[in-house]
Each structure stands twice: as C-alpha cells, then as structure tokens.
Design a protein around this ligand. Structure first.
Ligand SMILES: NC(=O)c1ccc[n+]([C@@H]2O[C@H](COP(=O)([O-])OP(=O)(O)OC[C@H]3O[C@@H](n4cnc5c(N)ncnc54)[C@H](OP(=O)(O)O)[C@@H]3O)[C@@H](O)[C@H]2O)c1
Length: 176
C-alpha cells in the first residue's frame, strides 16, 4: 500500500509557523552545503498532496504559479462551497474516510503537507506512516503547532538522523 508521509520543517519548540502564521523564519538560515534537504528526492516519490485550507491559502500567496501542478492536490475545508480549480480538488467527505480510501488506491506515496490542524486530524486516524521532520535552529516561543490539538499519544520509531552545517536536523520516523 502507498504510504502517507509528512515532510515538514519545525522550530526547536515544535512550531511550523509563528504566531502570525508567518514562515519567513524558515528561509533565513545560511545554507553552506546548498542542500535542498532531500526535497527533490522526496518529491520524486509522491504523486499526491494533502493540505489544510490555511496552508493552501499560504501556498497560493507564496508563489506566482501553483507549485505542484503535476500532482493530485486535495484541500480540506469544512466549508463545502469551495470550487475545485485546475490544480486542486476540495475534499467533500470526512477526512479519515477519504484518506483511508486514497491510501488503498494504486499510486506513489502521499505527502501530507500540513498544516498542524490537518496533520493532527490525519494522525488521530492513525494514517501517518512516515514523518521527515526538519528541525530549524530557532525558538519561536509561540505559533502554530506541528500537530495542533492532537488528543492522544502516538509513538513513532526513529529511522535515521542527518545533520546539516546550517544547524538543521533531519529526523525520519515511522509509525511503531
Ligand atoms: N513549516 C512548514 O513546513 C509548514 C508546512 C505547512 C504549513 N505551514 C504553515 O502552517 C500554517 C497553517 O497551519 P494550521 O494548523 O493553522 O492550519 P491548516 O491545517 O493548514 O488548515 C486548517 C484548516 O483546514 C481545514 N481542516 C483542518 N482539518 C480538517 C478536517 N479534519 N476536515 C476538514 N477540514 C479540515 C479547516 O478549514 P476551514 O476553516 O476552511 O474549514 C481548518 O481551518 C500556515 O501558516 C502555513 O504556512 C508550515
């Protein structure tokens, strides 16, 4: 079965956006190795993305052209009046049921882009197989949590850790 993966960057205190929802702090680090932090390899293994509505709004603001045009992109919102676009489909059914079905279909792996609220909803249904978390060397103090409001404990096994000269730590986990 295809896997559902989180590939995300957090602060040292577990935030994916600051208290204003900004992510500029992600890009301010020197990158002497000129690495893409495994992004191109990761992207080559997926054909589907999942986004919460707030993350989708940010993605639209951040780039002039939609960044994932060749992929199947699904947006989650409780407002069922949103119209699909050339690039995205709004999910009309309950998130857990939809993602379970998606995982059972043939295809490459699925990228759960986020944000924290959608991550928590999918994790609550135990549908996350793998997490690749890049921890940035910054404390934000407040912001949007990587798993916003997850009501129960979920354990993962550590597969690997990689460090970068930028101070970024990449940890890969699988569901135990
Ligand atoms: N650091 C990173 O790598 C990274 C990655 C991704 C996102 N981000 C940032 O994270 C922030 C957004 O995260 P967030 O947690 O605030 O919001 P989010 O998860 O992106 O979006 C939340 C919205 O998604 C919809 N939603 C969530 N769970 C749902 C469910 N179970 N069923 C149906 N709809 C659901 C709801 O939309 P409606 O309100 O329309 O119902 C909800 O308000 C942004 O600032 C973004 O830029 C950072």
């Amino acid at each position: 079965m295809r896997k559902l993966k989180i590939y995300i960057a957090t602060s040292l205190d577990g935030y994916i956006a600051d208290h204003n929802g900004n992510i500029e702090w992600l890009t301010g680090f020197p990158n002497p190795e000129q690495t893409d932090y495994g992004y191109a390899d990761f992207l080559a293994g997926i054909d589907t993305t999942l986004m919460g509505y707030k993350t989708y709004q940010d993605v639209l603001k951040l780039s002039e052209t939609f960044p994932y045009p060749g992929l199947a992109n699904y947006i989650f919102s409780r407002d069922k009046s949103h119209q699909d676009t050339e690039f995205v489909t709004f999910v009309k059914e309950e998130a857990g049921a939809f993602v379970s079905r998606l995982k059972s279909l043939p295809g490459k792996d699925i990228w759960l882009i986020g944000g924290g609220e959608l991550n928590a909803a999918i994790l609550e249904h135990d549908l996350v197989d793998e997490m690749i978390i890049h921890t940035m060397p910054v404390v934000l103090g407040a912001g949007r949590s990587v798993f916003a409001g997850i009501p129960m404990e979920k354990t993962f096994g550590l597969e690997s850790v990689k460090t970068y000269s930028s101070g970024v730590v990449e940890a890969r986990y699988t569901r135990s």
